[in-house]
Design a binder for this molecule. Structure first.
Ligand SMILES: Cc1cc2nc3c(=O)[nH]c(=O)nc-3n(C[C@H](O)[C@H](O)[C@H](O)COP(=O)(O)OP(=O)(O)OC[C@H]3O[C@@H](n4cnc5c(N)ncnc54)[C@H](O)[C@@H]3O)c2cc1C
Length: 328
């Protein structure tokens, strides 16, 4: 009788997870032996969050990383490789991260430096003149294109700070990735479709690169960065440089983010970096060609590069946890 009740509970939970229900009196025993093997390509935020969830559920997980654990979300005790401010309105995501890492309280302020003076960004009111002054050159340098009306509408009205979200701060990325990947095997290697991997494959790396660019290159915009120690401080955490004759687009004062050593980060546009997927009709057509072969081969796509979408930290975690939930 007790056993029957246990079985009933399991069947209900399978039903709630939308999995096919198979009546089997040995279900508990079967579940024990249903350990699966996953090969996850990319140990950035998406790959590590999925890996943690699958490993916690008792599955065998191997992470493959070609460069750096943490992907774009990397820091040392002096600075971040690229500026990353955590911001979200979702308490559960804030608490998810807090399980693994400290989040230093920080409110982000941004200014634009153009024509010899500083402007608060976003300005209290975006007039046409300010739009041209603050947005046009920045967009041309970053995207090689004029800013769209949509970009103008996306600029949020704040009370001076850059983000409106309830939860904001600086994540200790070293702690986050060390804890997310605890007891998970990580193999340093660049993986392509020509590699034979064990088990089910989850791709969080660039889909065009994985398939050896067989249909052509997907378009991305990106940055490169350099860092230097400085005695001089910037007036706020980040300065945008929209003037075309300044080669950089942003400077970051990592002292303001709470890092040690007084470092300034300088970020330049870099056409070879796969950072921001450029989504338009043509690129989405190309992406869907790659996705078709991935689907056919049963490869699960996740993260910024696997799905060819821009995700902030919070949406990356939401997407990664959803992917893990669908798999399980
Ligand atoms: C410049 C910049 C600034 C940003 N600032 C913010 C911010 O302030 N706040 C915020 O919320 N979000 C920010 N983001 C977004 C944030 O970086 C992403 O949400 C996050 O990095 C996505 O994680 P990911 O794992 O999908 O991608 P990635 O971090 O790119 O990780 C992918 C990993 O896969 C590896 N890889 C790729 N291909 C292969 C392969 N073939 N074999 C093996 N390994 C492979 C890569 O080396 C990389 O480590 C910013 C993004 C950029 C580009």
């Amino acid at each position: 009788m007790i056993e029957k009740e246990g079985l009933k509970t399991e069947i209900i939970s399978l039903f709630l997870n939308n999995l096919p229900i198979v009546f089997n009196p040995n279900l508990s025993q079967r579940k024990e032996t249903m350990k699966r093997t996953f090969s996850i390509i990319g140990a950035g935020l998406a790959g590590c969050v999925i890996a943690r969830k699958l490993a916690d559920e008792g599955h065998k997980v191997v992470l493959y990383e070609k460069e750096h654990i943490g992907g774009l979300c990397r820091d040392n005790e002096n600075y971040q490789e690229f500026t990353h401010i955590f911001h979200t309105n979702k308490k559960e995501i804030y608490e998810y991260i807090k399980q693994y890492a400290e989040i230093r309280p920080y409110i982000h302020f941004v200014m634009s430096y153009t024509n010899g003076r500083y402007y608060l960004f976003p300005p209290e009111q975006m007039t046409d003149e300010l739009f041209n002054r603050l947005m046009v050159g920045y967009s041309l340098k970053m995207w090689g294109d004029l800013p769209s009306e949509e970009a103008r509408n996306r600029i949020k009205h704040t009370n001076g700070s850059y983000f409106n979200d309830i939860y904001q701060g600086i994540i200790n990325f070293r702690q986050l990735f060390s804890n997310l990947t605890k007891n998970i095997t990580i193999i340093k290697n660049k993986i392509g479709c020509y590699h034979l991997l064990d088990g089910e494959i989850i791709l969080t790396g660039a889909i065009d690169e994985y398939f050896d660019y067989c249909f052509g290159n997907l378009p991305y915009a990106g940055m490169k960065s350099t860092h230097c120690k400085s005695e001089t401080r910037l007036p706020v955490g980040a300065i945008h440089f929209p003037d075309m004759n300044d080669p950089y687009v942003r400077m970051i004062d990592y002292d303001k983010y709470g890092y040690k050593g007084g470092y300034i980060g300088i970020e330049f546009p870099d056409k070879s970096a796969k950072h921001y997927p450029v989504r338009n009709e043509l690129s989405m057509k190309l992406y869907n060609k790659y996705k078709k072969i991935a689907d056919k081969e049963g490869i699960i796509l996740a993260g910024r590069l696997g799905t060819f979408s821009y995700f902030d930290i919070d949406t990356t975690i939401i997407n990664a946890l959803e992917v893990a939930k669908c798999i399980l």
